[in-house]
Design a protein around this ligand. Structure first.
Ligand code: AMP
Length: 183
């Protein structure tokens, strides 16, 4: 299942619940918990990602907190590669490097363990998250992978909110792939 048919994409899209006005008025939150608790949808998605990435020669998958952990850890186990968490500031217990990024109001920060890829200089890493919106989180995570001495070979999202143009922030950092586009 290297490419999904439109029928399969529609099935996945319909398995994701839209929650209007969460976490604040005007935002339509894409709730992937309804995809996760639908075994046919979750298996279809994970089988598709496995088929897409099995020949990439990956060394690690890096997942962005927290929904990127769900897809990333499951895919890492399928592909037999390591999993590395990219977490919000202050959550990782050992020495970290951090990257700040701008939000609509203020800043946020993500971190990775400094030794996440230690002993594996130039490791090939797939970055994964459930959704790309403005692209700030994924761009910061891709920078962290580079700064930790590895190569981000692709950033993968289940959903791209393409009307927000977030993938532009990845242009100089990494190729990208999104399973579903919301225009
Ligand atoms: P951004 O940095 O703007 O690309 O935001 C991406 C992060 O915020 C991802 O980790 C998403 O899970 C989350 N996110 C942003 N917008 C939404 C949305 N409309 N529905 C669900 N998650 C979202």
């Amino acid at each position: 299942m290297k490419t999904l048919t439109n029928i399969e994409k529609n099935f996945l899209m319909e398995s994701i619940r839209d929650v209007p006005d969460f976490p604040k008025p005007g935002i339509v939150f894409k709730d992937i918990t309804t995809l996760l608790n639908n075994p046919e949808a979750y298996t279809m998605l994970m089988d598709h990602l496995e088929a897409r990435y099995e020949d990439f020669g990956l060394d690690y998958i890096a997942g962005i907190e927290s929904r990127g952990f769900i897809f990333g850890a499951a895919l890492a186990a399928k592909l037999g590669v390591g999993f590395v968490p990219v977490r919000k500031k202050g959550k990782l217990p050992s020495a970290t490097i951090a990257e700040k990024y701008a939000l609509e109001y203020g800043f946020d920060e993500v971190e990775i363990h400094i030794d996440a890829f230690a002993g594996n200089e130039g490791a090939k890493v797939l970055l994964i998250d459930d959704l790309i919106a403005t692209g700030g989180t994924a761009a910061a995570a891709a920078k962290l992978i580079h700064d930790a001495g590895a190569e981000c070979v692709e950033a993968c999202f289940v959903i791209n909110l393409s009307f927000l143009g977030g993938v532009k922030k990845l242009a100089d950092l990494t190729p990208h792939y999104s399973v579903l586009e919301v225009g």
